[in-house]
Design a protein around this ligand. Sequence first.
Ligand SMILES: CC(C)(C)OC(=O)NCc1c[nH]c2nc(N)[nH]c(=O)c12
Ligand SMILES: [Zn+2]
Length: 378
Amino acid sequence: MTVPITYEHIKTCKQTGARLGRVHTPHGTFETPMFMPVGTMATVKTMSPEDLKAMDAQIILSNTYHLWLRPGQDIVEEAGGLHTFMNWDKPILTDSGGFQVFSLSDLRKIEEEGVHFRNHLSGEKLFLSPEKAMQIQHSLGSDIMMAFDECPPYPADYSYMRQSVERTSRWAERCLTEHHQSGKSSIQGLFGIIQGGEYEELRKQSAKDLTSLDFPGYAVGGLSVGEPKDVMNRVLEFTTPLMPADKPRYLMGVGSPDSLIDGVIRGIDMFDCVLPTRIARNGTCMTSEGRLVVRNAKFARDFRPLDENCDCHVCRTYSRAYIRHLIKCEETFGFRLTTYHNLYFLLQLMKKVRQAIMEDRLQDFRDEFFESYGFNKE
Ligand SMILES: CC(C)(C)OC(=O)NCc1c[nH]c2nc(N)[nH]c(=O)c12
Ligand SMILES: [Zn+2]
């Protein structure tokens, strides 16, 4: 049976545990470490596929729960699948909807069979199970599907977290069974998701359960849920070594520039986060000197680019004064400019990280970047 997702390890940085690699999928190959722009409703908000290709985005994310609600996976399937529907012919990863159910719907009831909750738009009663989450992702035709998991709130007590991990492991097995029965397992890959919160014993249990099932890749879930950064780093330090070295490791929901670099150093290959696109829409930009809130009055007559060290189209063409004006007027073009720059900034950061791994100098790169961006060095 052909395995649709394969990981090619290129090298490990001699200064850190970071790895350089490639992931091969039915819609092409992407380099790792890699940041994946989030396109929840089958669009990376305000970006066209051409914009995304211009900034060398190599894989994007979409979402089972949201596309199930609108427009419905049947319509996407009739369109020929998500790649055709949204005109994106490179790799797509879909999140399973588990996390969205736990974060969007308050009226929910978790049972062994699945989760009962209300449609966050209409209030109608809905039910999502591991099997249903797989069926939706099969209709969407994503290259990488995610198992249906429970992402518990932070903090969660040990006994609740243990029950949750054991159920998530049983759900993972049901996802794999459904996936193999679908006849799609040669053209779509399924990643398992390790949970367990900040508890080392539960992370070990979750990793053991999931790696005993044969997934082509594994994610670390349940982080970036409000825990301090040193807690995230500690959890990664004892979790990534439990994950197969010959398969991609994906840290879900991360993140900010410092968390990306610190995640790579601890062996993570793939990241996704709504941060760059979300803060762009309220006029906050990531720059090499830290965050810049371009809507701030002090930029009214500032005709420099957002970031003088950025060579993106936006920074070569438009000024802070102009972008501030557009954002203040709620002009959509303003959101396009801040979004384009923020995504370009993170994709460029990952490109520099890959280069630093190639040159065995990622720790030095981290220190230089933290200094200029304004992060306190540990
Ligand atoms: C609160 C934010 C979104 C920042 O982070 C998280 O919740 N982080 C965890 C997370 C993000 N996406 C996921 N998908 C799934 N299936 N499971 C998860 O645990 C997560
Ligand atoms: Zn720029």
